[in-house]
Design a protein. Structure first.
Lengths: 392, 292
């Protein structure tokens, strides 16, 4: 039975169902409601775990390093500046192969200060060795939580992961959702039993330094694990569907792509708006479809090529800018096609920065521009969409 | 003799004070112990992959987060009902006084049962003797060099033990590698405290302080005997223990044996600085009642 709840409550409940041993939290808008709800569960005896309030995001993730190395299943969540403060810890966690799961609420990075949604924070951390999966809606963010533990804790993967969800748009929205059943989650997600833990009966050294004769091999093994994660993400998604009846595809999902001439590629909550825009455009005879990226890291290169090979033009819509060279998803997508025989023009739009709404008319405008590329070639590969030039 | 929990073969300089401090601390804590260390001399000299000097479980993450990492270890042990295991941090003064200060404050504030041991060599030695907040007044470092406009570090040493006491930390002590029995006792005391503990162990650095190899313990003894290093002990904020100095020596005896203070005996204004340092030692003797 579906219940209407705030997105953050849904996530807190999903975390509860995953039975973490240690949760470490630090407040930051718009992630705060998640940890407030979790603390209520702990205070009310609904979640039996060790819960600590720490003095910074740097320490929230750092404390989970100690807890995870001691064999605990761990959780934290953050956003924006908090994620930026964690930056060196992110690399450290993945290098130590600790399967920490974190909800990354997506929010713009200062300056100027903005508490509103875009995806610059997580995109800036794409090299950090974390699996990044972007949720379209609250239900997907809920369902991702146990899936990510299962993926990250797999002995073949041992890679941390973040469930990315758009700040406010998903954290503060009230949506009808299906809660997870804790018994079913237990059936789906085995207990975490790592082979290597901090144990005085079998003393091991964690976090040794590697000189140039070893460092490359550590990175190579991480890279291999991330490659293996591609199959694992798809497999776990299927397993989840078998137990819970809700499927999300694998690394990507598609919408109206069968005969699409114009293909949009995006991720996160804007997917819902894009689908609605496509429905309208389709009824007017415009052959437009969507590829939704679920897993941004690992990057679904093969799946994207397969899904997009018959399009006449591809347009990315993303909420981040790499100041100095277009936007990250656009660059990655072009790179995926470069050595393939498929030749499709690709253009990209940075939109929705700092919480500016992306509406159906904006999607229609982007489709209109992509359509012009189809007919008369590329004028501009990349554009920051919706700039109020008259004010500048 | 029992095998030390800190194995030989580490890469610390011959005659370094730090491994002596670590051995004494670990052997007092015993094998039922987990240690977290920040980045620094101890970490790089003890764990060049695939080797390790640690015969207890040990974890290193970053420079400023050892107190947070240890906090996570401690709560995980609580979760697994293994609260009989000792949790220690062993880190240098750079990570303790400076970059990891916020995380230590958090660890103290949350009341974790962790003994935080700072091996204090009074500068960033691993990166090549740069000034930390633990560097004493007018010591020369590579970032507080001496010159026409400088007599070395312009600031006195930060009072970390007092800061720990101000957090309500139940056990706070200073110690020296020159007094191993006292250090071992303090480690054992700290492990029975109901909450966090802070122990600051003076551990002279040959290259950073510039003294004769083999003199580390003597240097630390001189620091105590001049009253520049009061060996003190607080339980629940109350000063309960003071190591008395039988024959107080002038600070010159300490300063003149170290390259980092050599300029004070050569340049104009040096004598005034030595007098100021003597006044600091005298103030310590007075404040803590170091003399009979």
């Amino acid at each position: 039975m579906k219940k209407v709840v705030e997105g953050s409550y849904g996530i807190a409940d999903a975390v509860r169902c995953c039975s973490p041993d240690v949760i470490s939290v630090y407040p930051i808008t718009p992630q705060t409601h998640i940890v407030e709800h979790i603390s209520e569960f702990v205070a009310g005896g609904k979640l039996d775990c060790e819960y600590i309030n720490v003095e910074s995001e740097h320490s929230s993730l750092s404390s989970l390093i100690g807890a995870s190395a001691a064999g605990a299943r761990t959780y934290t969540s953050t956003t924006s500046q908090g994620l930026a403060l964690m930056f060196e810890v992110l690399f450290n966690v993945s290098g130590m192969r600790l399967p920490i799961v974190m909800t990354t609420v997506n929010r713009a990075l200062s300056a100027p200060l903005s508490i509103w949604n875009d995806q610059q924070d997580a995109m800036a951390a794409r090299e950090a060795g974390w699996i990044q999966i972007y949720a379209e809606n609250v239900q997907e963010a809920i369902d991702l939580t146990p899936q990510l533990y299962k993926i990250s804790e797999d002995p073949e993967i041992l890679t941390p992961s973040m469930a990315c969800m758009d700040g406010f748009i998903l954290t503060h929205v009230y949506e009808p959702v299906e809660f997870l059943d804790i018994e079913k989650v237990r059936e789906f997600l085995p207990p975490y039993r790592p082979e290597d833990v901090l144990d005085p009966n079998d003393p091991k050294t964690f976090g040794a330094f590697a000189d140039p004769s070893w460092f490359t091999e550590f990175r190579y093994l991480q890279f291999q694990a991330m490659e293996r994660a591609k199959n694992k993400i798809a497999q776990v998604s299927k397993e989840f569907e078998e137990v819970f009846g809700r499927g999300y595809g694998g690394l990507i999902d598609t919408y109206s792509m069968e005969d699409a001439e114009i293909a949009l590629v995006t991720m996160g909550s804007v997917v819902g708006t894009v689908k609605e825009a496509i429905d309208g455009l389709r009824s007017e005879g415009v052959k437009v479809g969507l590829v939704k990226i679920r897993s941004y890291r690992p990057f679904p290169e093969e799946e994207l090529k397969e899904a997009l090979k018959d399009a006449n033009v591809i347009a990315t819509i993303e909420k981040d800018v790499s100041i100095g060279y277009e936007s990250a998803l656009l660059t990655d997508l072009k790179a995926a096609f470069y050595n393939s025989p498929i030749r499709v023009p690709i253009v990209g739009f940075a939109a929705g920065l700092g919480g500016r709404d992306i509406g159906i008319k904006d999607i229609r405008s982007i489709v209109e521009r992509a359509s012009r590329v189809k007919d008369s070639g590329i004028e501009a590969e990349f554009e920051i969409f919706g700039v109020k030039r008259e004010c500048l | 003799m029992e095998e030390s929990l800190f194995a030989p073969g580490h890469r610390a300089c011959a005659g370094c004070g730090m491994p002596t401090a670590v051995k004494l601390v670990l052997d007092a804590a015993g094998p039922n112990t987990i240690v977290a260390s920040p980045t620094g001399c101890l970490e790089v000299t003890s764990t060049p992959f695939p080797e390790s000097s640690w015969r207890v479980p040990w974890v290193h993450s970053l420079f400023e987060n050892a107190a947070a990492v240890a906090s996570g270890v401690e709560v995980a042990l609580k979760r697994f009902k293994k609260t009989d295991i000792n949790v220690l941090v062993i880190g240098g003064d750079g990570s303790t006084f400076d970059i990891g200060f916020g995380a230590i404050s958090g660890m103290f504030d949350r009341g974790h049962r962790i003994t935080y041991v700072c091996y204090d060599n009074e500068a960033y030695m691993n990166t090549g003797v740069q000034r930390s907040a633990s560097t004493p007044f007018c010591a020369k470092t590579t970032t507080t060099p001496t010159g026409k406009m400088s007599l070395g570090n312009p600031r006195p040493k930060k009072d970390m033990p007092a800061i720990a006491v101000a957090h309500g930390v139940p056990y706070v002590a200073t110690a020296s590698i020159a007094y191993p029995v006292d250090l071992r006792r303090k480690v054992k005391m700290s492990l029975s405290a109901d909450g966090p503990a802070y122990i600051q162990v003076n551990a002279p650095c040959i290259t950073g302080w510039s003294f004769e190899a083999g003199d580390a313990i003597e240097q630390s003894r001189l620091a105590v005997d001049t009253c520049l290093l009061p060996l003190i002990e607080y339980v629940d904020g109350v000063l309960v223990g003071v190591k008395k100095v039988r024959r107080k020596r002038p600070v010159e005896d300490y300063l003149k044996t170290q390259g980092r203070y050599r300029h004070l005996f050569k340049v104009e204004g040096g004598a005034e600085v030595i007098a100021q340092i003597q006044a600091m030692a005298d103030a310590n003797a007075e404040k803590f009642g170091l003399l009979d």
